[in-house]
Write a protein that binds this ligand. Structure first.
Ligand SMILES: Nc1ncnc2c1ncn2[C@@H]1O[C@H](COP(=O)(O)OP(=O)(O)OP(=O)(O)O)[C@@H](O)[C@H]1O
Ligand SMILES: [Mg+2]
Length: 326
């Protein structure tokens, strides 16, 4: 069992890091993915090498970064974290790759943001452990092949469709989809976090928080912390009634939807007569960026079955309609 945090009121980021599982047993759910990865790691350890490169994709907050940390910890390898946005020029990638300690796990978050030029540079590094560097310009330019220390790439993305086919195919160790979590799994995550925060949370509180967590571990932890704050400020113990009051104040309803989600549904229902509505028109009506609508609002509304995506646009379902009528 993990040890409770000494100071539960430290910085939010520190708290986030502290709630992040550091052992496989604390990483709840995603059983098949865990089993697959652990086999790859054990096999690599036996061979004395590094496992093949792997990619995780799924909505925000479902545990992609956490898995990358667990992979590195299990391999007892250093972890180097960077992001697709940070690698703009060939020199950026070369600097990262050539400075890796041997057997590092290189974690590239938001890997869909790598430009095609950088991707192409990455291919030989992933396949045969070398980098082709072009020295000079024009007719006198020449390519030098630079050997790299052995490393394992762990990529993560919320937008797998934006990843090029050739890059996807380089993840020989597997491309894993991390999905939303069941209520049972969320309850386990919240129970563990409550323990780490030294909170005595009755089961009914755990259940309520799980039901309002949008099937997402990060949301579950964040909501637990907000409800804790509410209980401390009001000097009241955690209870179902307190949880309900806090959620009403936060604007979170019993399905975990916020006023932004309701605004989306109402706009689709009233502004577009239930659809089909094109993403751009819908985003414009919401004064939002289409990407925000597509990647922040829609995944959970789709999961709830409140909306559907069709080739002609978004459609409000009967379920979505009856939610709005209640
Ligand atoms: N399977 C899990 N078991 C327990 N806790 C989890 C699990 N997955 C995620 N968490 C918790 O949720 C938090 C967010 O997870 P993480 O940062 O790994 O998500 P992510 O998928 O990388 O999100 P993003 O796409 O925004 O980068 C973690 O700090 C951890 O506390
Ligand atoms: Mg992440």
């Amino acid at each position: 069992m993990s040890t409770p945090l000494r100071n539960p009121d430290s910085l939010p980021q520190a708290l986030d890091a502290a709630l992040r599982p550091v052992r496989w047993d604390d990483y709840v759910g995603q059983k098949q993915i865990k089993a697959n990865i652990r086999i790859a790691i054990d096999a690599a350890k036996k061979r004395g090498g590094m496992p093949e490169h792997i990619l995780f994709y799924g909505p925000p907050g479902v545990g992609k970064t956490t898995l990358a940390h667990l992979v590195a910890a299990t391999l007892e390898s250093p972890l180097k974290s960077t992001s697709g946005v940070a690698i703009e020029r060939a020199g950026d990638l070369a600097a990262i790759l050539t400075s890796l300690e041997p057997n590092t796990v290189l974690f590239i978050d938001e890997i869909h943001r790598l430009s095609r030029k950088i991707e192409e540079l990455l291919y030989p590094a992933l396949e045969s452990g070398h980098l082709d560097i072009v020295l000079g310009k024009g007719p006198s330019a020449r390519t030098v092949e630079l050997s790299l220390p052995p490393f394992m790439l762990v990529g993560a993305t919320t937008r797998v469709a934006e990843l090029s086919g050739p890059l996807r195919s380089r993840f020989g160790g597997g491309v894993y989809q991390l999905d939303f979590y069941s209520d049972d799994d969320l309850r386990d995550i919240i129970r563990r976090s409550a323990l780490l925060l030294e909170l005595s949370a009755p089961e009914e509180v755990i259940e309520r928080i799980a039901a309002r967590s949008r099937a997402t571990p990060r949301v579950a932890n964040a909501l637990l912390k907000r409800v804790r704050d509410f209980s401390e400020v009001h000097e009241r113990a955690l209870s179902a009634a307190l949880c309900d009051e806090a959620c009403t104040l936060f604007g979170i309803d019993s399905c975990g939807l916020t006023k932004d989600d309701r605004r989306y549904l109402i706009t689709l229902a009233e502004g577009f007569r239930g659809g089909p509505a094109g993403i751009r028109a819908l985003a414009a009506a919401l004064h939002e960026d289409p990407d925000t609508v597509e990647y922040m609002y829609e995944p959970f509304l789709l999961r709830l079955g409140f909306i559907e995506r069709s080739s002609r646009g978004r459609i409000l379902t009967l379920k979505g309609r009856s939610y709005l009528q209640n």
